[in-house]
Design a binder for this molecule. Structure first.
Ligand code: NAD
Length: 494
């Protein structure tokens, strides 16, 4: 009876999840998509999945709305509010899509195989296998750049994934609680309450702003004993922060940081990291290089992107990629140069654009259109072949004329379908939150080049990010988190 019940339950499950059970259609090509970030998800959103056997592989079974990740480090936003499970949107696709939660460890270009590994905690489960592809989209993103600087991986926190934000949140509170521990030495208090951010790109700037907000709005009130010693320092190797913004906005950001008492150390290059201090080099007033030890309690490392090993390995298999350094070189149709059945999107592709979410999302949407069009082309070409066979065998003139007319129509349709131009990025502008309810925006599409900063821009930043959230569910959750943080303060529990 139990077996019967289980069988019935499984039957119901099977009906509810036809996609998960469907076998690949041998008449269709297998399209494997690696990743569930901006590029891959934007492709999946617009792809007509009925044209291919679509397989998605990613170690993350959710899409993460990364622009709001810095807000998760201080509890302004709860991380689940910016996560969208891939299964949730894949089930709404017309035809089934297979999803495997695993990491692609190697792509064999010649064999057309991806080797995947599921780092599962469930003991005894199958953990590695291989997946054949006819077409492959690499959208695996990038890893954190460390430039081989000793100690970075061991001692600092990155800010790329949910786990990183959770780690930072815990570490901030750990530093504050330990600093106020009974009989703590004054030097240790000073060190523990020094929060250092390395990298003055948008990630470093947004995090520093969020952290200072947390201190001003909440920590100071809840733990007044740390008020005089809590400090945030931003270290940047170049002469200014946010180099991709206009001079006016860079000045505005630096001025705002000064008012917020965030210390900006530009032209300062971190050379070494230990458990308790960083070693930073700058040129002193006498023109000589100085190596300064800067003690820290929390160290956040935000110095940009580096190529992932799986991408590096693929590059080494393709002679045309020999000169590629920052990622897979792609052509104007996002085809990996030297590999006609592999495409790349987002931070792992190099196509003359900055590695931003905006670029990745547009690339993904472009590939969806391209693949939809390729499927249509194939369909029309098959129809054309059938019609020309029928024309040859037709005995009566009227029938032949009729088929001729149909062929002309189809050829016209084929020309229309094939007229898709190459990928062109349309820049919608850059936005960054800089703390104390201020944001900077470079919005070039409005009129010429508008560069604004301030509270109005902050509300623009909020509404822009809210509208960009993946789903209505995400939007509601983020809005509720903002209201919650404003009403009750951020949660300082560890
Ligand atoms: P980034 O590459 O933009 O900035 C990293 C900074 O770290 C650089 O300015 C570099 O000079 C500095 N740096 C490197 N090594 C250093 C060292 N040893 N010591 C001191 N400074 C050092 O990195 P990011 O901020 O992580 O951004 C990555 C990409 O994502 C960029 O293309 C960025 O535009 C994009 N992004 C955009 C937004 C936004 O638009 N709001 C937010 C986050 C990221």
């Amino acid at each position: 009876a139990i077996a019967g019940l289980a069988y019935t339950a499984y039957g119901i499950y099977e009906m509810k999840n036809p996609g998960d059970q469907a076998e690949p259609d041998p008449t269709k090509k297998t399209l494997v998509i690696l990743g569930t970030g901006w590029g891959a998800v934007s492709l999946l959103k617009k792809l007509d999945t009925e044209n291919y056997n679509v397989v998605v592989v990613s170690p993350r079974n959710y899409f993460l709305f990364t622009p709001l990740l810095p807000s998760c480090t201080t509890g302004t936003i709860e991380h689940r509010s910016i996560m969208e499970p891939v299964r949730n949107f894949l089930r709404h696709k017309k035809a089934s899509v297979k999803f495997y939660e695993a990491e692609a460890t190697k792509i064999d270009y010649e064999k057309k195989v991806v080797y995947v590994n599921d780092d599962s905690e469930v003991k005894g489960a199958t953990s590695s296998t291989e997946i054949h592809f006819d077409m492959l989209v690499v959208g695996v993103g990038a890893e954190n750049a460390t430039f081989g600087i000793p100690g970075v991986r061991e001692h600092s926190c990155f800010l790329k994934e949910v786990a990183d934000a959770q780690r930072i949140r815990k570490r901030i509170m750990d530093c504050c609680e330990t600093a106020t521990f009974k009989d703590q030495s004054p030097e240790e208090r000073k060190r523990l309450l020094h929060m250092v951010v390395v990298g003055g790109g948008p990630t470093g700037v947004e995090f520093a702003g969020e952290l200072q907000d947390f201190f001003e709005n909440d920590l100071k009130t809840w733990m007044p004993e740390i008020a005089d010693e809590f400090r945030v320092t931003l270290v940047e190797a170049l002469p200014s922060v946010l180099p991709m913004f206009s001079k006016q906005l860079i000045d505005y950001t630096e001025q705002t940081f000064k008012e917020e008492t965030i210390d900006i150390r530009t032209k300062t290059m971190v050379k070494n990291v230990t458990k308790e201090y960083i070693e930073a080099e700058y040129v002193g007033a006498d023109g000589k290089k100085v190596l300064e030890k800067i003690p820290y309690g929390l160290l956040v490392w935000a110095t940009g992107n580096a190529v992932r090993p799986v991408v590096k390995d693929l590059m080494s298999q393709i002679p045309a990629q020999a000169d590629a350094r920052r990622g897979l070189n792609v052509n104007e149709y996002l085809v990996v140069k030297g590999a006609e059945n592999i495409w790349a999107v987002g931070d792992c592709a190099v196509a003359n654009y900055a590695p931003t979410a905006q670029v990745a999302a547009q690339e993904g949407a472009f590939l969806a259109r391209l693949f939809n069009q390729m499927a249509k082309t194939e369909e029309i070409e098959t129809e054309l072949k059938n019609l020309s066979n029928a024309q040859e065998t037709a005995t009566n003139k009227d029938a032949r004329d009729q088929i001729f007319g149909n062929i002309k129509d189809l050829q016209k349709r084929l020309r229309r379908v094939n007229s898709m131009g190459p990928f062109e990025y349309s820049h919608q502008g850059s936005l960054a939150y800089i703390g104390s309810e201020k944001a900077v925006a470079d919005i070039s599409w409005l009129t010429g080049n508008i560069a604004t900063g301030g509270t109005v821009t902050y509300f623009f930043w909020r509404s822009a990010y809210l509208s960009m959230c993946f789903s209505t569910r995400n939007r509601v959750l983020v809005l509720m988190d903002w209201i919650k943080a404003k009403t009750f303060g951020r949660d300082v529990s560890r």
